[in-house]
Design a binder for this molecule. Sequence first.
Ligand code: G3P
Length: 216
Amino acid sequence: MKIFIDTANLEDIREIAKWGILEGATTNPTLLSREGKDPEKVLKEICELVPGPVSAEVTSEVAEDMVKEAQKLAKIHKNIVIKIPFTVEGLKAVRALKEEGIKTNVTLVFTPVQALLAAKAGASFVSPFVGRLDDIQANGMEMVEDIITIFENYDIQTEVIVASIRHPMHVLEAALVGAHIATIPPKVIRQMVKHPLTDIGIQRFLEDWKKLNKKG
Ligand code: G3P
């Protein structure tokens, strides 16, 4: 499973990119607005910090305008993938961009049939939001599992990016159901590397090693 980072914060991306685990990044209008900087400059810098696809979302609501916005965003860097919200207009835009060779990531997906339609329209990626379904007592990961089953049934090449991840268990569950990608907030990535028994074990090794050196 590929690990993408889900943020537009350059400091977080710069730090975690050094760990050697990232294969892409996702942003959205909310994440970019939090940074309060020129979005195009931020997106370009993200593309220079992480290898692989970087999702940039359109905010237009009509297909024709989405396509124009996408063409502009795609010029920022070769790794830019265009995030398109799941709507009828979005499907039309995905199809048009597919014809132009511009990759898309259909976002705000909440059902397996939405993911199927997005793939049929030509999306390179679909982003089912697990956390927002869990927030309303629905089972987000079950939805992801159904998408994976459908895509495998018909050898659909669209990649599933598990998004709206709230904690490390979402990452584990995404990997267990065979998702292609998990896009993870920096906070959750940092949670993934911490375990008290690892910390205790390292401390004990170091203390015992010091004892040996004292004897020596
Ligand atoms: O990539 C989509 C993700 O950023 C949405 O997460 O926490 O707003 O549901 P959240």
